[in-house]
Each structure stands twice: as structure tokens, then as C-alpha cells.
Design a binder for this molecule. Structure first.
Ligand code: GDP
Length: 372
């Protein structure tokens, strides 16, 4: 039962991603397998079913929620005879659309080439099929080799370029001196930019789309005469492509080098607990999991609670736990200072500011012990 619920949530998220990328989803397919088929990921019956549907409804693209291996991609395109995207490709595409600075564009381009390199042959299979496959093999192979070389060169060039920018950014971070640095972290679309705007009264792009923020924004914030720097970072997501974790090094360095993490959670989202796990997982991967942290549960204005009489008899679900129950649970469960707010209506802002102030002050005092 719970698996079914999770499945729907994962598909909802994938649909939201597809929507962000500009696609319209008209049909969902799911399949239960103990293990993905190494050749085609899904079973051949399911592939047939999808193929028939695609033909009948003139579907342009089929999107998978997992990363497919290069050969799975190739085999699926051959079987379903339609363009196949996997989750990684989809996320990369969104990042490419959203990258605004040349730094972000360079990062995304690098990740895209890294994704592309082992999958190059796929395009040639198409060509072979279109041209009947006759005589294509020789030149095809040579051209793939040429393409590979060009892409490898491009990858090293992009890496060099990023290294230079990384060094500049590291210097910039060093020049910020001993001022306490706090970083907003959280799953994508939880309200980090909105919160940043509300706290720093600046105008950071906020939108109900995934990954509105790709570049980090740093703002100087003063709470109760205590100045500190606040950074907005790229949103984390379940199964964030590893290529991106690597190429967004500098963006993630803001997190790695922050003194305090402000972990923003969207409590109106059904899977917010999964989101917390995903974020913690990535923090662990970048070795930033032991930093002081404040938990900010956002969007309490949007929390829906539909307790009905008969719910007393049914097992607890997301919908029949009230906000105050969540609060109590999390206040006692979390080892971090925790607050429940709405970045939109600014409800409980004083409490949140006090929490952040206290944490920043602790760090500040440890750094400037002899000042007033
Ligand atoms: P980010 O991806 O974490 O930076 O999230 P954004 O700040 O871009 O916000 C994502 C969406 O959530 C936007 O549509 C916001 O208007 C909305 N949002 C942010 N905070 C709140 C809140 O407290 N309540 C409600 N209802 N919506 C919010």
C-alpha cells in the first residue's frame, strides 16, 4: 500500500519535472519488477504496450524516472520507436534552460557532455536505420570516434574553465572574511528563494517550477544588529544526477563552507519527509552533514488537513495528521532548532529570526570572543 502511494508521488514529481521542461504528460505507465531488465529496463510486454500507445496517440517522447544505461536507452528506442528520455537527461535539460550566468551554463554543458559521451552511438543507430544500415557502419564508426574526440576535448576545456572560475570564487569566499555565513538548503521548490527575499528584502527570482535557482545568490542580512551572509543554493532533488553534483562544485562549495545551514522544508508536500532524507543524503555526499543546522518548515499556510471521524479507525496517513501534531513530533524528533513558518504570509517570522539569530550569535561569539 505504501509502495503504491510512493509510486504515485514519484510519478507526480516526474510529471512536474516534465512540465517544467515544457512537456505535456498524457499517460503514465508503471511496472512492478523485482529487478529492472538489464537490456530494456522494463519487460518486453510493457515495452510493447507503450509502443502501441505511442503509435496510436502520436506521442513524441517517453520519459523514464530512472537513469537508463546507454544500452538500455538504445534498446528502448529501437523497441518503442520513439525518443526516450531518462530522469538524468530531463533534469539536465531543465538545468540547461535555466542556467543564466556563463558559470552555470558552463557547469551544465560539462554535465551534459559527460552524460552524452557514453551514449553517442545511439544517434548513429538511428541514422543506420533511416538509411537502411547499408554502408553506414564504416564511416559511422569513424565519425563516432571523431565526435568522441571532439567531446573529450570540449570536456577538458570546460573543466579548465570551471577550475579558473572555482579559484576566483574561492578567493571571493575567502575575502568575505570572518563574517558568519549561512546557506539555505532544501529540496527544490520548497520556498528557499521566497524566504531569501523575505529575509533580505531583495528580489531573487521565485517561481513555482523546479530549479528556479541555479546560481548562488549571496546577500548581507542583519538580524538584531548582527550581520551575516545568506546564500541561496540550487535546490536538491531525489536522484540528483552525479554529473551535476560534480560540476556544480562551486555552488555546493557555498554549502560546504557555510557556518550554518538553514534547511527549508515544504510541509505542504506529501513527501516532505522523503525530501528531508534526500537533502541529508546529498549533504552527506558533499561532507556537509555535521554543520550546525536550523530546520525551517515552510508553507504552513498551505497545509491541508482533512481529518474525518472515520479516520480514527484507519491507519494514519499524511492527510489526517494535523499541523500541530506534526509540529510536536518534529520538535521532539529533530536534534536541530525547529520552526514552522510561511514565507508567503510571514507567519512566525519573529520566531524564525530569533532562532537564526541565536545560532549566528553562537558562531559569531566563538569567532570574536573579545568583542562586545
Ligand atoms: P525554491 O525552489 O526552494 O527557491 O522555491 P521558491 O522560492 O522558488 O518557491 C517555490 C514556489 O513555492 C513558489 O511558487 C512560491 O511562491 C511558493 N511558496 C514559497 N513559500 C511559500 C509559502 O510559505 N506558502 C505557499 N503557499 N507557497 C510558498
Amino acid at each position: 500500500h505504501q509502495d503504491e502511494e510512493k509510486l504515485v508521488e514519484y510519478m507526480d514529481e516526474l510529471e512536474f519535472l516534465a512540465d517544467t521542461a515544457g512537456a505535456t504528460v498524457i499517460k503514465r505507465f508503471t511496472q512492478k519488477l523485482t529487478q529492472p531488465d538489464p537490456k530494456t529496463f522494463i519487460g518486453s510486454g510493457k515495452a510493447q504496450e507503450i509502443r502501441d500507445y505511442v503509435k496510436e496517440n502520436e506521442v513524441g517522447t517517453v520519459i523514464f524516472d530512472d537513469e537508463l544505461s546507454p544500452s538500455q536507452l538504445k534498446n528502448l528506442e529501437r523497441e518503442i520507436e520513439v525518443k526516450i528520455l531518462d530522469r538524468t537527461n530531463l533534469i539536465l535539460d531543465i538545468f540547461a534552460q535555466r542556467a543564466q550566468t556563463s558559470y552555470a551554463r558552463t557547469q551544465v554543458e560539462l554535465a551534459q557532455y559527460q552524460y552524452l559521451l557514453p551514449r553517442l552511438t545511439r544517434m548513429w543507430t538511428h541514422l543506420e536505420r533511416q538509411k537502411g544500415g547499408i554502408g553506414m557502419r564504416g564511416p559511422g564508426e569513424t565519425e563516432i570516434e571523431t565526435d568522441r574526440r571532439i567531446i573529450r576535448d570540449r570536456i577538458s576545456l570546460l573543466k579548465e574553465k570551471l577550475k579558473t572560475i572555482d579559484r576566483q570564487m574561492a578567493t571571493q569566499r575567502n575575502n568575505r572574511g570572518k563574517v558568519v555565513r549561512a546557506a539555505l538548503v532544501g529540496y527544490t521548490n520548497v520556498g528557499k528563494s521566497t524566504l531569501m527575499n523575505a529575509i533580505s528584502k531583495s528580489e531573487v527570482f521565485a517561481e513555482n517550477k523546479l530549479f528556479a535557482t541555479l546560481d548562488t545568490t549571496v546577500r548581507k542580512v542583519v538580524i538584531g544588529n548582527l550581520p551575516f551572509l545568506l546564500t541561496d543554493t540550487v535546490g536538491f532533488i531525489r536522484k540528483l544526477p552525479t554529473q551535476l553534483v560534480e560540476s556544480f562544485k562551486s555552488t555546493l562549495d557555498e554549502v560546504r563552507e557555510a557556518d550554518l545551514l538553514i534547511h527549508v522544508v515544504d510541509i505542504s508536500h506529501e513527501s516532505f519527509e522523503d525530501h528531508i532524507d534526500s537533502v541529508n543524503q546529498i549533504l552527506m555526499e558533499i561532507n556537509a552533514h555535521q554543520k550546525p543546522m536550523v530546520m525551517v518548515f515552510n508553507k504552513i499556510d498551505d497545509f491541508s488537513y482533512e481529518k474525518k471521524e472515520e479516520d480514527d479507525l484507519t491507519p494514519e496517513t499524511r492527510k489526517n495528521i494535523s499541523l500541530s501534531e506534526w509540529q510536536k513530533t518534529w520538535m521532539s524528533k529533530s536534534k536541530y532548532p525547529t520552526v514552522f513558518i510561511s514565507a508567503l504570509t510571514k507567519e512566525n517570522f519573529p520566531e524564525m529570526k530569533k532562532l537564526i539569530y541565536d545560532e549566528v550569535l553562537k558562531i559569531h561569539i566563538s569567532r570574536f570572543p573579545y568583542n562586545d
